[in-house]
Design a protein around this ligand. Sequence first.
Ligand code: BG6
Length: 279
Amino acid sequence: MIIWISVSKEFLVSLHGGQVLSWKTDRGEELLFISSKAIFMPPTPVRGGIPICFPQFGKRGSLEQHGFARNKIWVMDDHPPPLQPSDSSGKSFIDLLLKPSEDDLKIWPHSFEFRLRVSLSAEGYLTLISRVRNINCKPFSFSIAYHTYFSISDISEVRIEGLETLDYLDNLHEKKRFTEQGDALTFESEVDRVYLGSSDMIAIFDHERKQTFIIQKEGLPDVVVWNPWEKKSKSIPDFGDEEYRQMLCVDGAAIEKPITLKPGEEWTGRLELSYVPSS
Ligand code: BG6
């Protein structure tokens, strides 16, 4: 069974989780982090790339951590309904589809179709467009996050801009609400937060690599920021003890206010990742 699909030489997607596993510059430099201890065996989620947390984020509900979508085998969607506006011109792209199995419906009794388009533009922008449709006869609500593991030079060398003055829920303090006070977010210890109601663009500056990631998003008001740091890293079996230095998760997400779909309704969320050289 083919599980990994190399859509172009610059990106690789797995049917396991509908997960982007690799996104490279045109010079072949990897932009996403994958742990050297990642387990590529469904239903274990793969540690790295862009896992999709759906229909639940974290432990905020009765499902397994981060929901089941990242553990499932998605299928290629050969005839997806057209995107409005069209998003495929001049790009390499792939369309994937997830529908709930009988077992999924026992733990989350809502029929849905989750369509994912992953595309790469000629300029190297990676775009993920999710469309979730309610094909049930009653409404349901869900949360979603693109749990993006960015590859960075060193966690002490990066800062995030675009989260200033926002409120956040801190998972390290019983999900209590705080307000960001700093001008930019830098890292000296474990961080596990959900920033609420951010603007549609945030940036990760990597001083040592002289590179900036730009995250643009639509329909995804929240931003998760996660780095396990030294102590927690040692407790994660599929993560190297020192790997926290080379990764930073920054997710476009909809968590605080779950999305509700009536029967027949569809929700669309869009994440666009790009990188630019910086001084
Ligand atoms: C973060 C959660 O977003 O994901 C953390 O807030 C969690 O609490 C992390 O540890 C990784 O989750 P997982 O299930 O992939 O180990």
